[in-house]
Design a protein around this ligand. Structure first.
Ligand SMILES: [Zn+2]
Length: 420
């Protein structure tokens, strides 16, 4: 590294830190405010933020804007609570070793992958051990801007079941194997990771080994041991199911969240959906992932249509049965950061704009124990806010047209050319 470059980092650290440290009491005025998925829309509303919290919300003609605080003109925008992305990773070279990356570069990467799409809280459901914790630490000190990060740390693979698509990564990073052979081994590692701060666990109930449908299910006793440790710590267990066998392992072990739909298994029947519901499982559809991966492999359109048809059918029946759906895109496993397609595919799966908003806000906040401080625009809650250009009630693609993002009242993102 050159001397000049090092000075460049230092200058940037100072400028960003100064920006973050500023008390940003602010009022957003004249926006169409949707306080929660089931709340009445305020056609022209004002939200006042002080010390990182929402202190007032209501129609603009009834809320006083305190003197001397910054005002954001919300005309033409829709104001929502900050979004959650419940399925992300930090895997690419500009993300996976946060401690080694200069702050300006990391700040820019987090912006392009997450914050510019409205994500103020994300759940990293497996990266190379330590990566998410290091990222979180640098954000929390104020050195870089980014979302609140929850993480599972190292995943659990079946013995002999490191998925084909991460083998090279583990080798390149010289990371220890994430395979577990016995229930005792799995229990010990899960307990250690949870004690060290992990917010949950992720197990590969069905690990993809390569070849068309070559999937290795995890031993149920091993899976059960991992989930039990998570539940003992009061934390959730995510599973990568892949197929019906993986769904069965997930059901038998008490998993809380399916990290994907399972298009390879074809449509879900009513009996299966009923069992998933009775088990209290939530579902992260990751529909964009299937489209992205099949296109990358140059799959014929009929194959793409069949897979997406199965995945959207699964979301449709699960949603119709009242299941909890969590928005998640699997970003940084895929580098398609634009969220628009996921919103369109969720709509094609039968979710209206209010149901989609729930997958982004109230459902994850409740599921992950933060419903009392996040997920809604209400007095006393943390000021995690997203301003969209346009109205998702007219067009769900508006969920991807993000003008400005605040986390705890601090500006994480402001679109160029948007409102000042
Ligand atoms: Zn993933």
């Amino acid at each position: 590294m050159t001397r000049n470059r090092r000075h460049g980092w230092l200058a940037c650290v100072l400028c960003i830190a100064t920006g973050l440290a500023q008390a940003q009491d602010v009022a957003i005025v004249g926006a169409r405010v949707v306080p929660a998925p089931d709340a009445e829309v305020i056609a022209s509303g004002t939200v006042v933020v002080r010390d990182g919290r929402i202190v007032a919300v209501g129609p603009s003609n009834r809320i006083d804007v305190p003197d001397g605080i910054d005002v954001i003109d919300g005309n033409g925008t829709t104001l929502l609570a900050g979004f959650w992305n419940s399925h992300v990773h930090f895997l690419t070279p500009d993300m996976r070793e946060p401690a080694a990356i200069p702050p300006d570069a990391l700040d820019a990467s987090l912006n392009s992958m997450l914050t510019r799409w409205g994500f103020t809280t994300v759940f990293d459901i497996s990266s190379i051990g330590g990566a998410a914790a290091a990222m979180r630490a640098r954000i929390e000190t104020g050195e870089i801007r980014g979302p609140d990060i929850l993480y599972v740390d190292t995943p659990f693979f079946p013995e002999g079941g490191t998925p084909s698509y991460v083998r090279d990564l583990f080798e390149e990073m010289q990371a220890p194997s994430a395979e577990v052979a016995t229930a005792d081994e799995a229990r010990a590692r899960a307990a250690a990771q949870l004690a060290a701060g992990a917010n949950g666990v992720k197990l590969f109930a069905g690990a993809i080994l390569g070849g068309a449908l070559d999937v290795l299910p995890m031993d149920v006793e091993v899976a059960r041991a991992i989930v039990e440790e998570a539940h003992r710590a009061g934390k959730p267990a995510f599973a990568h199911p892949t197929n019906v066998a993986g769904l069965e392992v997930s059901l038998a072990s008490g998993v809380d969240i399916l990290a994907h739909t399972t298009p390879v298994s074809g449509p879900w029947d009513e009996a299966l959906v009923q069992r998933l519901r009775e088990a209290g499982m939530a579902l992260t559809p990751t529909l964009t992932l299937f489209d992205h991966e099949l296109r990358r492999e140059n799959a014929p359109q009929e194959v793409i249509d069949r897979f997406l048809g199965a995945a959207t059918q699964q979301v449709r029946v699960f949603h119709a049965a009242g299941g909890d759906i969590l928005f998640g895109t699997d970003v940084d496993f895929i580098q398609q950061y634009d969220t628009r397609l996921e919103f369109e595919l969720l709509q094609a799966s039968g979710l209206d704009w209010r149901a989609i908003l729930a997958t982004l806000t109230t459902t994850p906040a409740r599921r992950f124990g933060q419903g009392d401080r996040k997920g809604r625009i209400a007095e006393g809650l943390q000021a995690d806010l997203v301003l969209l250009d346009g109205d998702p009630a007219d067009d769900v693609a508006a969920f991807s047209r993000v003008r400005q993002v605040l986390r705890a009242g601090k500006v994480l993102h402001r679109a160029e050319g948007g409102a000042p």
